[in-house]
Write a protein that binds this ligand. Structure first.
Ligand SMILES: Nc1ncnc2c1ncn2[C@@H]1O[C@H](COP(=O)(O)OP(=O)(O)OP(=O)(O)O)[C@@H](O)[C@H]1O
Ligand SMILES: [Mg+2]
Length: 241
């Protein structure tokens, strides 16, 4: 479903992603792990087409994701519908004056009828238990509330692939448990999940695979989640524990 071959990326000085090779099959649940600044968010942005490889290739479901392709409106629209991205910083995600419109934005872009849009918005509000926020101003919400609205706006597109950048950030313990259940059930329904996180306690049992990025911005290790997460010596050496 997702394949990176020899991908490097730089914001200007020095690579923040270096020679990344990954292949993620459809339906997989992958945790992206690594110390602060190793490039997790950059990798997730690249998977979402927000930044493009300086070197190497990104292939999504058999098609290369390149500047030329993303400049084709039909390709870009379809791509952004199939892969949803929850930003690490919700303020970067929310831009509408009302919560309802924020969640309705994606479905409207997809060309759904207003009736179908409303149904999707209500479903997402109910799923995340935030019905009472529907008329609020996103900018005025608490951090946790913003995160739930941002997640609702991603789920409203019903994407096949969910890219979540530290989704547990700012959530209270009850909501973290709840979000874990949501991620599990989305994965069980066949969605591919990629998620960066430091919240190992709350995501136990969600991921089959872990991808560890090192401070040198390369893949330090990838493999079965449980093997990696229980290898304390390795995690300490990577400055993760
Ligand atoms: N827009 C930008 N311009 C310049 N440098 C950037 C930009 N965004 C990120 N960086 C740098 O790229 C490196 C990787 O950043 P990134 O946000 O991908 O790390 P991360 O692994 O997600 O870290 P964290 O765990 O703190 O979220 C960091 O050194 C960061 O300072
Ligand atoms: Mg990050």
């Amino acid at each position: 479903m997702i394949q990176l071959s020899g991908v490097s990326y730089s914001y200007g000085e020095g690579d923040v992603l270096s020679q990344i090779d990954i292949a993620i099959p459809r339906g997989e649940a992958v945790a992206i792990i690594g110390p602060n600044g190793c490039g997790k968010s950059t990798l997730l942005k690249l998977l979402n087409g927000i930044v493009l490889p300086r070197e190497g290739r990104y292939v999504f479901d058999g098609e290369e994701v390149s500047a030329a392709r993303l400049n084709q409106p039909l390709f870009a629209k379809r791509f952004h519908q199939r892969i949803g991205f929850l930003f690490q910083n919700s303020d970067a995600q929310l831009f509408c004056p009302v919560v309802h419109d924020e969640i309705a934005f994606g479905p409207r872009q997809m060309g759904l009828s207003e009736e179908a849009v409303d149904r999707r918005v209500e479903d997402c509000l109910q799923l995340l238990g935030i019905g009472k926020l529907r008329s609020r101003v996103p900018y005025h919400l608490s951090e946790g509330e913003k995160r739930k609205v941002a997640l609702a706006s991603v789920l409203a597109l019903n994407p096949e692939v969910l890219v979540l950048d530290e989704p547990m950030n700012g959530l209270d313990p009850r909501m973290k448990h709840f979000l874990r259940e949501i991620i599990l059930s989305l994965n069980e329904s066949g969605k591919t999940i990629l998620c960066s996180t430091h919240d190992f306690k709350y995501i136990d049992g969600v991921f089959r695979t872990a991808l560890v990025l090192g401070e040198d911005h390369r893949v330090a290790r990838s493999g079965p989640y449980h093997e990696i997460i229980h290898d304390k010596t390795f995690l300490r050496a990577q400055n993760i524990l």
